[in-house]
Design a protein around this ligand. Sequence first.
Ligand SMILES: Nc1ncnc2c1ncn2[C@@H]1O[C@H](COP(=O)(O)OP(=O)(O)OP(=O)(O)O)[C@@H](O)[C@H]1O
Ligand SMILES: [Mg+2]
Length: 289
Amino acid sequence: MRLEPRIVRVNIISHIENRQAQAVSGIADTAGQEIRLEQVRKVYGSGEAGVVAIQNIDLQLRPGEFMTVVGPSGCGKSTFLQICAGLIPATSGRVLVDGRPVDGPPEGLVYLFQQYSKSLLPWRTVLQNVSFAIEHRAEIAAPQRREYCMDHLAMVGLTEFADRYPRELSGGMQQRVANARALAAKPGVLLLDEPFSAVDALTRIELHKLMLRLWEEQRFTALLVTHDVDEAVFLSDRIAVMSNRPSVISEVLPIPLARPRDKLTTPEEPAFLQLRHYLLEKLTGGAHA
Ligand SMILES: Nc1ncnc2c1ncn2[C@@H]1O[C@H](COP(=O)(O)OP(=O)(O)OP(=O)(O)O)[C@@H](O)[C@H]1O
Ligand SMILES: [Mg+2]
C-alpha cells in the first residue's frame, strides 16, 4: 500500500507540531563539528588512464554551518563527499574534522548515500533500520529505543511501514527511511548526497522543512550535495560551486536569506530569485560562467 503524498504531508506536519511537547529523545545533541579540506586532490587510476576527479580543493565549514555543493554531473561531488567522510582516501591533501585528520569515518559523522538503497540493511525491517542508528549508544535505554525510532519514522510519514522490509517500499519511501535513520543518529556532521532525489515534489518540501527544523534545533554541521539549485538556495548558509572535471571550487556564495526560512515566502523573495538565477546561469554556462 502506498500513502497519498497529502497524507504523508499531514503526518509529517502534525508530527512536527506534536514533537516539541513530546521530548522523547534520550540522546544528547552533538555539537556541530568543523570540517576543513586542505588541497584535496583525487585521481582514480594512474598514468594515462588516470581520471583527475577533483583538483586541490580548499574549503572550511564552520561548526553548525549548512553548506551545499552544486556542480555538473560527474564533476566529483560524490568523490568529494566520500573523502570528507573518510570512506575513500584522497590522492593528496587532507581533511580535518575538529582539527583531527580523517583516515576513516569520524565519530559522530553520518553519511547518506546517493544510492539510498546502499544506506539500508535489506534483512532488517524499516524500524530496525532506524534503530541501527542508535543501538550502540548507551544513553538511550532499550525500552525507549522503539519509541524514539517510531518518533523518527513518524517525522517522515512512515509509521505504518515500521514492520515492512526495504524491498516492500518504493524508492522514495526507502529514501525517507534513510533520512529518518540519519536524523535519529543526531550527528555532529551530516553528509548528504542527493538525499531527496527519489521523493515526490511535495514530500521533498516536507523533508526540507524537517531537515531545517532539526538542524536549527541540533546545529549539526551539514554538507549537502545536490543538482537542485532551488533546494541549495533554500537550505544553505553558503553554496560551493564545483567546476567541470578536473574540478575545483570555483566560487563560494553566501546565502543571506533570513531564517527560519519559509517554503512559501522565502522562494518568492527577490534575493532568492537573484541567487537562483545567478547559479543556474553559472551552472548552465550562461553569462556569469
Ligand atoms: N571508483 C571509481 N573508479 C574510477 N573512476 C571513478 C570512480 N568513482 C568515480 N569515478 C569518476 O570520477 C568522476 C567523478 O565521479 P563522482 O561520482 O564523484 O561525480 P558526481 O559529481 O557525484 O556525479 P553525479 O552528479 O552524476 O552523481 C567521474 O568521472 C567518475 O567516472
Ligand atoms: Mg554523485
